[in-house]
Write a protein that binds this ligand. Sequence first.
Ligand code: MF3
Ligand code: CO
Ligand code: CO
Length: 260
Amino acid sequence: MSTVTPKSTTEIDAMREAGRLAAEVLEMIGPQVDVGMTTGEIDRICHDHIVNVQKAVPAPLNYKGFPKSICTSVNEVICHGIPSDNKKLRNGDIINIDVTVIKDGWHGDTSIMVGVGDIAPHAERLMRVTQECLYQALALVKPGAALGDLGHVIQQHAESNYYSVVREYCGHGIGQVFHEEPQVLHYGKPGTGLRLEPGMTFTVEPMINAGKRYTKLNARDGWTVTTRDGRLSAQWEHTIVVTDTGCEVLTRRQDETFPF
Ligand code: MF3
Ligand code: CO
Ligand code: CO
């Protein structure tokens, strides 16, 4: 028995609006990121936009005790970085900005990588290949496809570029609940796992490491996840809905066009 219930068309309409707002936050903040800015400032700008302009709610704030409104993960930080006024961005940093908004009770969850100043070719390449991992997975989404198909293509593309896939954190079903079934693994075997049906909504959010896949949780703050080997990590995330023929990217930004 499947515990993953497809959303109705009216529910998907509500998620489309939440997804659009989450994407808009990234479109707003991305171009503002610059050398010398703190991740605390990025958090405040996003928080104010979500609350005052969008009349929406930043889902991370107080979620299981998370203290800020977005996640900002710089360089070797894989995910769940906590914005701080003490964290100034430096030339050559790479940062993941992860935004989740709640609008009318529905969630939209999406993240981008931004290069700060002049980016080393190896860092640029990690960001690009990670985005390709996401896009190649989204291209496989259609009714009857298996979640393992998505995980496999992500793992294949990452590892063929001599990168590794983080195992401890994954994509997730999403709706009125931030993280719900199914778990969307970013590695796996074709034909395994849940079979997709129209109306299913979930995120795909591969975390790809330049070095080994192993992670370390900061015991002080209980949130910040870094690479064990201290090398760079990148992540991109979209929220999608399975359609009759493929998928709709609910958190699509203006700069993105999809052939599906
Ligand atoms: N946005 C993250 C995700 O993609 C979750 C952040 S939870 C928080 O699932 F508490 F760390 F904010
Ligand atoms: Co997510
Ligand atoms: Co997210």
